[in-house]
Ligand binder design. Structure first.
Ligand code: ASP
Ligand code: MG
Length: 402
């Protein structure tokens, strides 16, 4: 059996944890399996590197930023090879160059395009454990790129797909995927099985447990994932196409506080305005999420939308540059907002979930700024200070507790 095992930063945060991971991998190896290990940077190393960069230059060049950030993962894999060698097990650490993990050229947010499997296959054939840097790739200029924060999950899934692995295990510091973040929701509990679609929504909407692109890729290539703890033997959560258990109406509640709402005020109420606005943002690589357009009055209208907090400066610049062209009178930003979502495949066949969400917020005296829905999701934008209150209220309303 070929097993891809990915360990996050907390799982390799210090010497003791590195040896813990080494031993877990060696156990599978000694059982006769082929083992490919994907690692993140140790502990908070990536944040430390970002702080170092910003201290030198508050707006560091993106290429140099990726050059810096890729060192984090390189440290982990090198130390892991040393730990395995200390335990007398043959292992080899490889970075994105050595494997050849090809990505698009966008620094800091590249997408994996193709992985050469030759070198890894060769190492596996020599009966070595292969330890690969997560999060990084190389682009057509032979420069390092990174896949976006949390991107090591995506490296692992992509490797599992490319190598036709028999299992892809994502190890973390919690026991799996929860109905809500247990740090904020007291009745949160672990989910045994979840579909790709639900997991994709939860990951995108702030569950924080898997990189959303890893779930997208797992669905596309049919890679079944297991999310489990590196510190216990607990079963974890299986992420797959269909789940057998009787469907809950809602399977999880997620929140994202890293959100900015932008309102473009006084736009002309005529065809093509929304196109010009969102086209300008798209050209600057800015992802837009919830969108709300007001009813036109006296020939003008307002368009509000949300973006990731990280894109705030870029978005404001694009909009200010295009203000005259768009005919806007004012651009307003609001950063103290959060997106709270309930997700569940059971919604597809059960009406009334949105109404229940609104009732629940009303009972908690929480005002709604914006709303968006899909077949399996209801999302509301609220003031950030109400986030935990809203999450707990929704979680308990849908009886997600034991
Ligand atoms: N080290 C990177 C980060 O902190 C990638 C990862 O952990 O998956 O975002
Ligand atoms: Mg992660």
């Amino acid at each position: 059996m070929l097993i891809v095992k990915k360990f996050g930063g907390t799982s390799v945060a210090d010497k003791e944890r590195i040896f813990n991971v080494a031993r877990r991998c060696i156990k599978d190896y000694q059982a006769g399996h082929d083992v490919v290990v994907v690692l993140s940077a140790m502990g908070k190393q990536t944040d430390v590197l970002i702080d170092m960069a910003k201290d030198i230059n508050p707006k560091p060049p993106k290429r140099a930023m990726d050059m810096l950030l890729t060192t984090g993962e390189q440290i982990s894999v090198a130390l892991m090879e040393m730990a395995m060698a200390a335990l007398n097990v043959p292992a080899v650490s490889l970075n994105a160059f050595q494997v050849a993990m090809h990505t698009t050229s966008a620094y800091s947010n590249a997408r994996l395009k193709r992985i050469d499997t030759e070198r890894i296959r060769h190492e596996i054939d020599q009966r070595r454990i292969v330890i690969v840097t997560g999060f990084q790739g190389i682009n057509k200029y032979d420069d390092y790129t990174t896949l976006g924060r949390g991107g090591s999950d995506t490296t692992a899934v992509a490797l599992a797909a490319a190598l036709h692995a028999d299992a892809c295990e994502i190890y973390t510091d919690v026991e799996g995927v929860y109905t809500a973040d247990p740090r904020y929701v007291k009745n949160a509990r672990k989910i045994d099985e979840i579909t790709y679609d639900e997991m994709l929504d939860l990951a995108t909407l702030g569950a924080g447990v898997l990189h959303n692109r890893s779930v997208e890729m797992a669905k596309k290539y049919g890679v079944q994932l297991v999310v489990r703890s590196s510190l216990s033997e607990a079963e974890g959560t299986v992420v797959k196409e269909d789940v057998n258990v009787e469907r809950m109406l809602v399977s999880g509640v997620a929140a994202d506080k890293n959100v900015t709402r932008i309102s473009v005020v006084g736009l002309k109420d005529e065809p093509g305005v929304a196109f010009r606005l969102f086209d300008a943002l798209a050209k600057a690589n800015i992802n837009v999420d919830m969108i709300l357009q007001s009813i036109g009055r006296e020939g003008t209208k307002d368009i509000s939308f949300t973006i990731s907090g990280d894109s705030t400066d870029d978005a404001v610049k694009v909009l200010e540059d295009n203000k005259a062209k768009l005919g806007a009178s004012e651009i307003k930003t609001k950063t103290n907002v959060a997106k709270v979502s309930v997700v569940g495949a059971g919604m597809m066949s059960n009406p009334g979930v949105a109404a229940k969400v609104f009732e629940c917020l009303y009972n908690s005296h929480i005002n709604i700024n914006m709303i968006s829905t899909s077949e399996i999701r209801v999302t509301v934008l609220i003031d950030v200070e109400n986030t935990e209150k809203a999450m707990n209220a929704m979680h308990d309303m849908f009886e997600l507790q034991d």
